[in-house]
Design a protein around this ligand. Structure first.
Ligand code: SF4
Length: 100
């Protein structure tokens, strides 16, 4: 194993290589607040029957396992629709009760 490869592998083990990438997580989270709202007309939204307003108050995005928005926010990210925000009162056919 050459010296460069050994140094890189050692750096991986120490986390020195991972730290610059971790610093990008802050801006990525900030960008989530600026992500566009998911349109019900989006092909992915249509395929999962997404709606901005759920007819069942017990089945809302805010109570879904895939919703990653902050409590109380009207809109937030959803793992199923990356790069878009969904309405906290919305729902789609992938709804799954959030573990409490
Ligand atoms: S998976 Fe569907 S119900 Fe769950 S948060 Fe995302 S859009 Fe809402």
């Amino acid at each position: 194993m050459n010296q460069t490869r050994r140094l890189f592998i050692n750096a991986l083990g120490s986390g020195a290589v991972a730290l610059p990438w971790l610093s990008l997580l802050g801006p990525m989270r900030a960008m989530a607040a600026d992500d566009p709202k998911l349109s019900p007309d989006d092909p992915a939204a249509i395929s999962l029957n997404y709606r901005h307003q759920s007819a069942d108050s017990a089945r809302r995005c805010a109570g879904c396992q895939f919703y990653t928005g902050a409590a109380g926010d009207a809109w937030g990210p959803c793992v199923i629709f990356p790069g878009k925000r969904v309405n906290a009162d919305g729902v789609c056919s992938s709804w799954y009760a959030r573990a409490s």
